[in-house]
Design a protein around this ligand. Sequence first.
Ligand code: SAM
Length: 239
Amino acid sequence: MNTNKLSARLATVADHVPTGARLADIGSDHAYLPCYLAKNKGIPYAIAGEVAEGPCQLAERNVLAEGLSDVISVRLGDGLEVIQNGEVDCITIAGMGGALIASILENGKEKLTSVKRLVLQPNISAISIRNWFINNNWELVAEEILEEDGKIYEVLIGEKGDPYKPYKNNKTMGLLVGPYLVQKQGQTFKKKWRTEMKNWQRIYEALEGAAQSPENIEKKQEILEKIKLAEEALSYEDS
Ligand code: SAM
């Protein structure tokens, strides 16, 4: 991967950044994504935010090497604190857990006033982001799922709107597996949820063999509910 050729995961994120957007890429690490977008998609302005010094220096070096310092401002800081109010209209956050992404959005809510689109790529727990969208009036407008190097990734795109719109009859299932992904029923989607189900079944069996404490019983119940939702998702037919 470099600033001309992104991984399939980051290329999918890039595909959903509108041409000409003023972007903040939070947790930018190497800054490949903003560099790629500046070179290939007419991004006139971007902030590459990084909380860790090493990756921030790497981002700075890459931006300098590409001659993009006039377009991309590399900033050291936690989450959305690197953005001034009104500075950007699109934010990307990729390659972290969904709970961390949701907490970055939650802690920087006041910076979202001018933001029209969020493009988020959680490595795990996409449900945390779908829940955050529901609680903060962001509408999930599109979802992608892809496999790269044996790992399955989801990309969630949000815009301000009606947070309940994507969820038809089974909101609980939609929040877990994705309301658009369940309708598409692609091979990667099926692989993900068959694998998750197998993992949960293994955990359930291990819990069955352990002492039946109240916590154990509650955990088993939670797992059974998730297995049921995944089963429903895999046999979903659009009505
Ligand atoms: N976004 C790149 C990608 O998808 O390839 C880098 C992903 S890397 C695994 C996650 C990066 O997020 C790390 O460089 C880490 O330091 C940074 N990070 C984690 N928490 C952060 C936060 N609260 N604010 C800014 N950056 C953060």
